[in-house]
Ligand binder design. Structure first.
Ligand SMILES: C[S@@+](CC[C@H](N)C(=O)[O-])C[C@H]1O[C@@H](n2cnc3c(N)ncnc32)[C@H](O)[C@@H]1O
Length: 211
């Protein structure tokens, strides 16, 4: 199921400002060498993430699922000089491309790429998180949500990608769809937070921990 009509999606893309050239090249490179290049967040979501970071001015961002680094670099653009992004990945092929993209970007110094399972990266953190972007293995989303929420400062934001899963959460059949539908209900019932489900791209949950 398409969440947004193709012509409308194309229009939204056209009237959203371009990402910088290094990110455009990263998209091209990712499509040339990676399977599942469609996982990359892309212009509309990337510009959205950058704007949120600019507005909220987080000091520590945690990202689960670096892939080739597009979303991390988008957020790094919006981050203040002293802000930091910790991002994690398990695929060494993606790691090589992402690290090279960080090394050649003027904002790449703000990003630390940690190899290893996301849950280990979360549990190794010794400081409070201001903003998180969850974009890794879907079956662990409820676990990631809980572990991150307890480490998020009051007023902090958790952004969760793919929470509409091409509309499959409406009638969940497979494991990922069921898990994402369950997560959306957990968030809806959670009195510790305020949330909104956006129908942007594949569905984005914005979750603010109450102050
Ligand atoms: C949807 S992609 C991330 C896209 C990326 N945020 C972007 O905008 O380009 C998901 C990534 O999560 C990684 N991943 C899957 N399971 C993981 C885990 N347990 N820990 C860390 N990363 C994981 C995958 O290898 C994949 O590169």
């Amino acid at each position: 199921m398409r969440l947004v009509e193709e012509a409308v999606e194309d229009y939204a893309f056209r009237v959203t400002q371009e990402e910088p050239e290094n990110l455009q090249k990263l998209i091209t490179q990712t499509y040339e060498v990676m399977d599942d290049a469609k996982m990359l967040t892309g212009r509309i979501e990337g510009r959205f993430l950058k704007l949120l970071v600019q507005l909220l001015q987080p000091r520590l961002i945690l990202e689960l699922g670096t892939f080739t680094g597009y979303s991390a670099l988008s957020m790094a653009e919006g981050l203040t000089e002293d802000g930091k992004i910790i991002t994690c990945e398990i695929n060494p092929e993606a790691q090589i491309i992402a690290q090279a993209a960080f090394d050649s970007s003027p904002v790449g110094y703000k990003i630390e790429l940690r190899m290893g399972p996301a849950i280990e990266t979360i549990r190794q953190l010794d400081t409070t998180i201001d903003l998180s972007f969850i974009d890794a293995d879907k079956d662990s989303y409820p676990l990631y949500y809980e572990e991150i929420l307890t480490r998020t400062r009051p007023g902090g934001l958790i952004i969760i990608d793919n929470t509409l899963w091409s509309g499959q959460v409406l009638n969940p059949q497979d494991s990922d769809s069921k898990t994402l539908a369950r997560l959306n209900e957990i968030i809806y019932e959670d009195t510790r937070i305020e949330n909104v489900m956006l129908t942007v791209r594949d569905g984005i949950q914005l979750v603010r921990k109450k102050s």
